[in-house]
Design a protein around this ligand. Structure first.
Ligand SMILES: Nc1ncnc2c1ncn2[C@@H]1O[C@H](COP(=O)(O)OP(=O)(O)OP(=O)(O)O)[C@@H](O)[C@H]1O
Length: 228
């Protein structure tokens, strides 16, 4: 589903963010990318979204080599990867429902589909009573739920989250992780970059640990928590 093949990313002249990295994530997996600040997590996320190109090596998403995707087809590619960020990235002048609807509009979905799906997805993330609230009227956890709803409303095969709980308190974070887990159970491949070790241990999922742009551990479900 997602494959990094010998990927190196160098920023500028000599900042090596990833070094000959190999990783394979199968369809339906839930994978944490962990590592200290600067270890390369966000770089991996940005490469998966084709926000930039690797310096060497190749990235495949759904069997497609990203470097062969022309610029004009990037929007189509992004439809297959929902993304969630630490700072939610909601439009402040739109309500929760409008934020989700807008994401569907820009990908060309029909009005009728949007009208049906928006309430359904907001209900799924536990926000049916807050559809008409603007982001500033919502808590951080609620805002993140809106952004997850927005990322997932078209049921992409992959959902990528970069520090989704970075701005949230521990209890709220657990709720967000449980939501991502539920989304994963519907068959969506979920990749979460985080430095929240406690959360990672609780979740008992595959954990890929990065250090200075290299994978130093790759543990399947549960094994990681037992070791540390
Ligand atoms: N746009 C950029 N230009 C130059 N160097 C960059 C850029 N983005 C990241 N880097 C460098 O690449 C390395 C990896 O950064 P990256 O953001 O991928 O790490 P990270 O694990 O996501 O860190 P954090 O947890 O702090 O977000 C770091 O040394 C960082 O300083």
């Amino acid at each position: 589903m997602i494959r990094f093949s010998n990927v190196t990313k160098v920023y500028g002249k000599d900042t090596v963010a990833l070094e000959r990295l190999n990783l394979e994530i199968d369809a339906g997996e839930f994978v944490f990318l962990v590592g200290a600040s600067g270890s390369g997590k966000s770089t991996m996320v940005r490469l998966m979204l084709k926000e930039m190109e690797p310096s060497a090596g190749a990235i495949f998403v759904n069997g497609t080599r990203l470097s062969s995707v022309p610029r004009r087809r990037i929007p189509r590619l992004r439809r297959d990867i929902g993304c969630v960020f630490q700072d939610f990235k909601l439009l402040p002048n739109k309500t929760a429902a409008e934020n989700v609807a807008y994401a569907m509009e820009v990908t060309g979905q029909r009005r009728r589909v949007i009208r049906t799906k928006v309430p359904q997805i907001l209900d799924l993330v536990g926000l049916s009573g807050k559809m008409d609230k603007f982001p500033e009227m919502l808590s951080g956890g609620e805002q993140q739920r809106v952004s997850i709803a927005r990322a997932f409303v078209s049921q992409p095969p992959i959902l990528v989250a970069d520090e989704p709980t970075g701005n949230l308190d521990p209890n709220t974070s657990v709720g967000i992780m449980q939501l991502l887990h539920r989304i994963n159970r519907t068959g969506t491949t979920v990749v979460v970059a985080t430095h929240d070790r406690e959360m990672v241990d609780v979740m008992r999922k595959r954990v890929v640990a990065l250090e200075e742009g290299r994978i130093v551990r790759d543990k399947v479900k549960g094994a990681y928590a037992d070791e540390v």
